[in-house]
Design a protein around this ligand. Sequence first.
Ligand code: TXA
Ligand code: MG
Length: 317
Amino acid sequence: MANIGTDISLAKKLLEQGKLVGIPTETVYGLAANALDAEAVTQIFVVKERPKFDPLIVHIASVDQAEKYVKALPEKAVELARHFWPGPLTLVLPKRSNIPDIVTSGLDTVGIRCPDHKLTRQLLTILPFPLAAPSANPFGYVSPTTAAHVNHQLGEKIPYILDGGPCRIGLESTIIGFENNTPTLYRRGGISEEQIVSLIGSVSSRLQSSNPIAPGQLDSHYAPKRKFYLGDIELLKKDFSSEKTGILRFMSTNKTKDKHELILSPSGNLEEAASNLFASLRKLDQMDVDVIIAERVPDLGIGKAINDRLQRAATRN
Ligand code: TXA
Ligand code: MG
Protein backbone atom coordinates (compact mmCIF):
# COMPACT_ATOMS: atom_id res chain seq x y z
CA MET A 1 0.00 0.00 0.00
CA ALA A 2 1.05 3.60 -0.53
CA ASN A 3 2.23 5.87 2.25
CA ILE A 4 -0.39 8.45 3.14
CA GLY A 5 0.37 11.82 4.72
CA THR A 6 0.52 15.57 4.37
CA ASP A 7 4.22 15.95 3.53
CA ILE A 8 4.36 18.25 0.51
CA SER A 9 8.20 18.21 0.44
CA LEU A 10 8.10 14.44 0.03
CA ALA A 11 5.42 14.77 -2.66
CA LYS A 12 7.62 17.32 -4.45
CA LYS A 13 10.67 15.06 -4.25
CA LEU A 14 8.80 12.07 -5.69
CA LEU A 15 7.26 14.12 -8.50
CA GLU A 16 10.69 15.53 -9.38
CA GLN A 17 11.92 11.93 -9.71
CA GLY A 18 9.19 11.24 -12.26
CA LYS A 19 7.00 9.28 -9.82
CA LEU A 20 3.24 9.47 -9.36
CA VAL A 21 1.53 10.97 -6.30
CA GLY A 22 -2.15 10.94 -5.31
CA ILE A 23 -3.29 14.52 -4.70
CA PRO A 24 -6.43 15.96 -3.11
CA THR A 25 -8.49 18.56 -4.92
CA GLU A 26 -11.85 20.10 -4.09
CA THR A 27 -13.49 17.89 -6.74
CA VAL A 28 -11.97 14.38 -6.57
CA TYR A 29 -8.49 12.99 -5.88
CA GLY A 30 -6.05 13.12 -8.78
CA LEU A 31 -3.22 10.82 -9.87
CA ALA A 32 -0.48 13.35 -10.53
CA ALA A 33 2.76 13.45 -12.51
CA ASN A 34 5.06 16.18 -13.84
CA ALA A 35 3.05 17.40 -16.83
CA LEU A 36 6.22 18.37 -18.73
CA ASP A 37 7.78 14.90 -18.40
CA ALA A 38 6.34 12.56 -21.05
CA GLU A 39 7.75 9.46 -19.37
CA ALA A 40 6.22 10.29 -15.99
CA VAL A 41 2.89 11.02 -17.68
CA THR A 42 3.02 7.68 -19.50
CA GLN A 43 2.99 6.00 -16.07
CA ILE A 44 -0.40 7.58 -15.35
CA PHE A 45 -1.91 5.74 -18.31
CA VAL A 46 -0.28 2.48 -17.21
CA VAL A 47 -1.39 2.73 -13.57
CA LYS A 48 -4.95 3.77 -14.43
CA GLU A 49 -5.21 1.36 -17.36
CA ARG A 50 -6.43 4.39 -19.23
CA PRO A 51 -6.59 4.41 -23.03
CA LYS A 52 -4.04 6.77 -24.58
CA PHE A 53 -6.76 8.57 -26.52
CA ASP A 54 -8.12 10.08 -23.29
CA PRO A 55 -6.34 13.42 -22.63
CA LEU A 56 -5.35 14.62 -19.16
CA ILE A 57 -6.02 17.86 -17.32
CA VAL A 58 -3.03 20.05 -16.43
CA HIS A 59 -3.18 21.61 -12.96
CA ILE A 60 -1.56 24.98 -12.29
CA ALA A 61 -1.01 27.13 -9.18
CA SER A 62 -2.59 30.36 -10.37
CA VAL A 63 -4.33 32.09 -13.26
CA ASP A 64 -1.08 33.80 -14.33
CA GLN A 65 0.54 30.44 -15.08
CA ALA A 66 -2.02 29.56 -17.77
CA GLU A 67 -0.21 31.68 -20.37
CA LYS A 68 2.90 29.55 -20.04
CA TYR A 69 1.05 26.53 -21.38
CA VAL A 70 -1.68 27.89 -23.65
CA LYS A 71 -1.25 29.99 -26.78
CA ALA A 72 -4.40 32.02 -26.61
CA LEU A 73 -6.94 32.88 -23.96
CA PRO A 74 -10.24 34.09 -25.43
CA GLU A 75 -11.80 36.92 -23.45
CA LYS A 76 -14.52 34.70 -22.04
CA ALA A 77 -11.93 32.17 -20.89
CA VAL A 78 -10.15 34.93 -19.00
CA GLU A 79 -13.44 35.98 -17.41
CA LEU A 80 -14.21 32.41 -16.39
CA ALA A 81 -10.72 31.81 -15.01
CA ARG A 82 -10.71 35.07 -13.04
CA HIS A 83 -14.09 34.31 -11.57
CA PHE A 84 -13.97 30.57 -10.90
CA TRP A 85 -10.26 29.80 -10.30
CA PRO A 86 -9.12 28.36 -8.07
CA GLY A 87 -12.12 26.08 -8.48
CA PRO A 88 -13.85 23.19 -10.25
CA LEU A 89 -13.58 24.48 -13.81
CA THR A 90 -11.34 23.16 -16.62
CA LEU A 91 -10.74 25.29 -19.71
CA VAL A 92 -9.75 23.58 -22.96
CA LEU A 93 -7.46 25.92 -24.92
CA PRO A 94 -4.83 25.76 -27.72
CA LYS A 95 -1.68 24.29 -26.19
CA ARG A 96 1.89 25.46 -26.38
CA SER A 97 4.59 23.01 -27.46
CA ASN A 98 5.98 22.62 -23.92
CA ILE A 99 3.01 20.36 -23.12
CA PRO A 100 3.94 16.87 -24.38
CA ASP A 101 1.58 15.20 -26.87
CA ILE A 102 0.94 12.30 -24.51
CA VAL A 103 -0.80 14.71 -22.09
CA THR A 104 -3.31 15.83 -24.71
CA SER A 105 -3.55 12.55 -26.65
CA GLY A 106 -2.16 14.37 -29.65
CA LEU A 107 -4.84 17.10 -29.62
CA ASP A 108 -3.69 20.65 -30.20
CA THR A 109 -5.66 21.78 -27.16
CA VAL A 110 -4.98 21.25 -23.46
CA GLY A 111 -7.41 21.09 -20.52
CA ILE A 112 -6.13 23.33 -17.77
CA ARG A 113 -7.35 24.16 -14.29
CA CYS A 114 -6.32 25.72 -11.00
CA PRO A 115 -7.65 23.46 -8.23
CA ASP A 116 -8.99 24.86 -4.98
CA HIS A 117 -7.34 22.78 -2.28
CA LYS A 118 -4.89 24.22 0.24
CA LEU A 119 -2.38 21.34 0.25
CA THR A 120 -2.32 20.90 -3.50
CA ARG A 121 -2.02 24.62 -4.11
CA GLN A 122 0.94 24.72 -1.73
CA LEU A 123 2.46 21.82 -3.62
CA LEU A 124 1.87 23.46 -7.02
CA THR A 125 3.41 26.68 -5.73
CA ILE A 126 6.70 25.02 -4.76
CA LEU A 127 6.93 22.84 -7.90
CA PRO A 128 8.82 24.08 -10.96
CA PHE A 129 6.28 22.34 -13.26
CA PRO A 130 2.48 21.87 -13.51
CA LEU A 131 0.79 18.55 -12.72
CA ALA A 132 -1.04 16.35 -15.17
CA ALA A 133 -3.70 14.48 -13.21
CA PRO A 134 -6.75 12.44 -14.09
CA SER A 135 -9.08 11.23 -11.35
CA ALA A 136 -7.19 8.62 -9.29
CA ASN A 137 -9.37 5.62 -10.10
CA PRO A 138 -8.96 2.70 -12.49
CA PHE A 139 -10.38 3.78 -15.87
CA GLY A 140 -14.18 3.63 -15.97
CA TYR A 141 -14.72 3.19 -12.22
CA VAL A 142 -16.18 5.65 -9.71
CA SER A 143 -13.86 8.61 -8.90
CA PRO A 144 -12.17 8.75 -5.45
CA THR A 145 -13.11 11.40 -2.90
CA THR A 146 -10.83 10.31 -0.02
CA ALA A 147 -7.18 9.23 0.27
CA ALA A 148 -8.43 5.82 1.43
CA HIS A 149 -10.37 5.39 -1.85
CA VAL A 150 -7.16 6.03 -3.79
CA ASN A 151 -5.15 3.69 -1.59
CA HIS A 152 -7.73 0.94 -1.91
CA GLN A 153 -7.48 0.77 -5.69
CA LEU A 154 -4.11 2.22 -6.68
CA GLY A 155 -2.12 1.95 -3.43
CA GLU A 156 -0.02 -0.95 -4.70
CA LYS A 157 1.10 1.02 -7.71
CA ILE A 158 2.07 4.44 -6.31
CA PRO A 159 4.49 5.48 -3.55
CA TYR A 160 2.57 8.31 -1.88
CA ILE A 161 -0.86 9.87 -1.44
CA LEU A 162 -1.24 13.39 -0.07
CA ASP A 163 -4.15 13.29 2.34
CA GLY A 164 -6.29 16.39 2.15
CA GLY A 165 -9.40 14.89 3.75
CA PRO A 166 -12.68 14.24 1.94
CA CYS A 167 -13.23 16.31 -1.23
CA ARG A 168 -15.51 19.30 -0.63
CA ILE A 169 -17.35 19.26 -3.99
CA GLY A 170 -17.23 15.53 -4.75
CA LEU A 171 -17.82 15.75 -8.53
CA GLU A 172 -15.20 16.41 -11.21
CA SER A 173 -14.65 19.84 -12.69
CA THR A 174 -16.91 21.34 -15.32
CA ILE A 175 -15.11 21.35 -18.70
CA ILE A 176 -15.52 24.23 -21.16
CA GLY A 177 -13.89 24.46 -24.58
CA PHE A 178 -13.89 27.30 -27.09
CA GLU A 179 -14.68 25.89 -30.51
CA ASN A 180 -14.55 28.71 -33.06
CA ASN A 181 -14.43 31.02 -30.06
CA THR A 182 -17.83 29.79 -28.85
CA PRO A 183 -17.83 28.61 -25.22
CA THR A 184 -18.84 24.95 -25.32
CA LEU A 185 -19.72 22.72 -22.38
CA TYR A 186 -17.97 19.30 -22.64
CA ARG A 187 -18.64 17.90 -19.18
CA ARG A 188 -20.99 18.92 -16.41
CA GLY A 189 -19.32 19.22 -13.03
CA GLY A 190 -18.73 21.22 -9.89
CA ILE A 191 -19.76 24.55 -11.43
CA SER A 192 -23.27 24.55 -12.83
CA GLU A 193 -24.23 25.65 -16.33
CA GLU A 194 -26.41 28.31 -14.69
CA GLN A 195 -23.35 29.78 -12.92
CA ILE A 196 -21.40 29.83 -16.19
CA VAL A 197 -24.23 31.39 -18.17
CA SER A 198 -24.79 34.09 -15.58
CA LEU A 199 -21.17 35.16 -16.00
CA ILE A 200 -20.54 34.90 -19.77
CA GLY A 201 -23.97 34.40 -21.37
CA SER A 202 -25.13 31.36 -23.30
CA VAL A 203 -22.89 28.37 -24.03
CA SER A 204 -23.23 25.56 -26.58
CA SER A 205 -22.82 22.00 -25.49
CA ARG A 206 -21.17 18.84 -26.76
CA LEU A 207 -21.94 16.56 -23.85
CA GLN A 208 -22.90 13.29 -25.47
CA SER A 209 -21.47 11.58 -28.45
CA SER A 210 -20.67 8.11 -29.65
CA ASN A 211 -17.28 9.47 -30.71
CA PRO A 212 -16.40 11.47 -27.64
CA ILE A 213 -13.53 13.91 -27.42
CA ALA A 214 -13.70 13.53 -23.64
CA PRO A 215 -14.07 9.95 -22.42
CA GLY A 216 -15.83 11.40 -19.39
CA GLN A 217 -18.42 11.70 -22.16
CA LEU A 218 -18.50 7.96 -22.79
CA ASP A 219 -22.02 6.73 -22.17
CA SER A 220 -20.80 4.18 -19.67
CA HIS A 221 -18.33 5.57 -17.15
CA TYR A 222 -18.12 6.23 -13.40
CA ALA A 223 -19.62 2.74 -13.01
CA PRO A 224 -19.78 0.55 -9.91
CA LYS A 225 -19.11 -3.19 -10.33
CA ARG A 226 -22.60 -4.26 -9.22
CA LYS A 227 -25.51 -3.97 -11.57
CA PHE A 228 -26.89 -0.47 -11.18
CA TYR A 229 -30.41 0.61 -12.09
CA LEU A 230 -31.75 4.12 -12.14
CA GLY A 231 -35.43 5.02 -11.87
CA ASP A 232 -38.30 5.16 -9.40
CA ILE A 233 -37.11 3.39 -6.26
CA GLU A 234 -40.51 2.07 -5.21
CA LEU A 235 -41.06 0.57 -8.68
CA LEU A 236 -37.54 -0.84 -8.94
CA LYS A 237 -37.83 -2.41 -5.46
CA LYS A 238 -40.61 -4.62 -6.77
CA ASP A 239 -38.19 -6.19 -9.25
CA PHE A 240 -35.54 -7.24 -6.71
CA SER A 241 -35.46 -9.09 -3.36
CA SER A 242 -35.01 -6.57 -0.57
CA GLU A 243 -32.27 -8.62 1.15
CA LYS A 244 -29.76 -8.20 -1.65
CA THR A 245 -30.63 -4.78 -3.00
CA GLY A 246 -28.59 -1.66 -2.29
CA ILE A 247 -30.63 1.55 -2.41
CA LEU A 248 -29.37 5.06 -3.06
CA ARG A 249 -31.90 7.78 -2.28
CA PHE A 250 -31.61 11.51 -2.75
CA MET A 251 -33.25 12.54 0.56
CA SER A 252 -35.00 11.19 3.64
CA THR A 253 -38.55 9.83 3.33
CA ASN A 254 -41.06 8.85 5.98
CA LYS A 255 -40.53 5.16 5.08
CA THR A 256 -38.40 2.91 7.26
CA LYS A 257 -34.87 2.70 5.89
CA ASP A 258 -33.99 -0.55 4.14
CA LYS A 259 -31.05 -2.65 5.30
CA HIS A 260 -28.71 -1.54 2.51
CA GLU A 261 -29.96 1.98 2.00
CA LEU A 262 -27.91 5.18 1.81
CA ILE A 263 -29.22 8.74 1.58
CA LEU A 264 -27.26 11.38 -0.32
CA SER A 265 -28.64 14.34 1.61
CA PRO A 266 -31.25 13.83 4.36
CA SER A 267 -32.44 17.44 3.96
CA GLY A 268 -32.43 17.32 0.15
CA ASN A 269 -29.48 19.66 -0.42
CA LEU A 270 -27.90 19.17 -3.87
CA GLU A 271 -24.38 20.30 -2.88
CA GLU A 272 -24.38 17.84 0.01
CA ALA A 273 -25.69 15.12 -2.30
CA ALA A 274 -22.86 15.81 -4.78
CA SER A 275 -20.23 15.56 -2.07
CA ASN A 276 -21.60 12.19 -0.94
CA LEU A 277 -22.33 10.64 -4.34
CA PHE A 278 -19.11 8.78 -5.19
CA ALA A 279 -18.39 7.64 -1.61
CA SER A 280 -21.95 6.27 -1.42
CA LEU A 281 -21.60 4.40 -4.72
CA ARG A 282 -18.37 2.83 -3.44
CA LYS A 283 -19.98 1.87 -0.12
CA LEU A 284 -22.93 0.24 -1.83
CA ASP A 285 -20.61 -1.54 -4.24
CA GLN A 286 -18.84 -3.14 -1.27
CA MET A 287 -22.02 -4.31 0.49
CA ASP A 288 -23.33 -7.82 0.19
CA VAL A 289 -25.83 -6.91 -2.52
CA ASP A 290 -26.59 -8.19 -6.03
CA VAL A 291 -27.85 -4.94 -7.46
CA ILE A 292 -27.93 -1.25 -6.61
CA ILE A 293 -30.98 0.87 -7.38
CA ALA A 294 -31.00 4.65 -7.33
CA GLU A 295 -33.15 7.64 -8.17
CA ARG A 296 -32.34 10.83 -10.04
CA VAL A 297 -32.06 14.07 -8.10
CA PRO A 298 -33.81 17.35 -9.07
CA ASP A 299 -32.40 18.39 -12.45
CA LEU A 300 -31.15 21.87 -11.61
CA GLY A 301 -27.83 23.46 -10.70
CA ILE A 302 -25.28 20.84 -9.69
CA GLY A 303 -28.17 18.31 -9.74
CA LYS A 304 -27.64 18.07 -13.52
CA ALA A 305 -24.06 16.92 -12.98
CA ILE A 306 -25.18 14.41 -10.35
CA ASN A 307 -27.79 13.01 -12.74
CA ASP A 308 -25.17 12.83 -15.49
CA ARG A 309 -22.93 10.64 -13.29
CA LEU A 310 -25.87 8.48 -12.18
CA GLN A 311 -26.88 7.99 -15.80
CA ARG A 312 -23.38 6.95 -16.86
CA ALA A 313 -23.07 4.63 -13.85
CA ALA A 314 -26.27 2.83 -14.89
CA THR A 315 -26.06 -0.67 -16.31
CA ARG A 316 -26.79 -0.97 -20.01
CA ASN A 317 -28.76 -3.87 -21.37
O1 TXA B 1 -12.05 17.61 -11.28
C1 TXA B 1 -11.34 17.14 -12.17
O2 TXA B 1 -11.34 17.58 -13.32
C2 TXA B 1 -10.40 15.99 -11.77
C3 TXA B 1 -9.38 16.52 -10.77
C4 TXA B 1 -8.33 15.50 -10.41
O3 TXA B 1 -8.78 17.67 -11.29
N1 TXA B 1 -9.80 15.41 -12.91
C5 TXA B 1 -10.49 14.67 -13.79
O4 TXA B 1 -9.69 14.10 -14.77
O5 TXA B 1 -11.67 14.46 -13.72
P1 TXA B 1 -10.17 12.94 -15.75
O6 TXA B 1 -8.96 12.61 -16.52
O7 TXA B 1 -10.79 11.88 -14.98
O8 TXA B 1 -11.16 13.64 -16.70
C6 TXA B 1 -10.65 14.64 -17.55
C7 TXA B 1 -11.51 14.82 -18.74
C8 TXA B 1 -11.42 13.63 -19.65
O9 TXA B 1 -12.69 13.15 -19.94
C9 TXA B 1 -10.71 14.21 -20.85
O10 TXA B 1 -11.09 13.62 -22.03
C10 TXA B 1 -11.09 15.68 -20.80
O11 TXA B 1 -11.04 15.95 -19.44
N2 TXA B 1 -10.07 16.48 -21.50
C11 TXA B 1 -8.80 16.70 -21.14
N3 TXA B 1 -8.15 17.41 -22.08
C12 TXA B 1 -9.04 17.65 -23.07
C13 TXA B 1 -8.98 18.32 -24.33
N4 TXA B 1 -7.86 18.87 -24.78
N5 TXA B 1 -10.10 18.35 -25.09
C14 TXA B 1 -11.24 17.78 -24.66
N6 TXA B 1 -11.36 17.13 -23.47
C15 TXA B 1 -10.27 17.06 -22.69
MG1 MG C 1 -12.03 10.39 -14.45
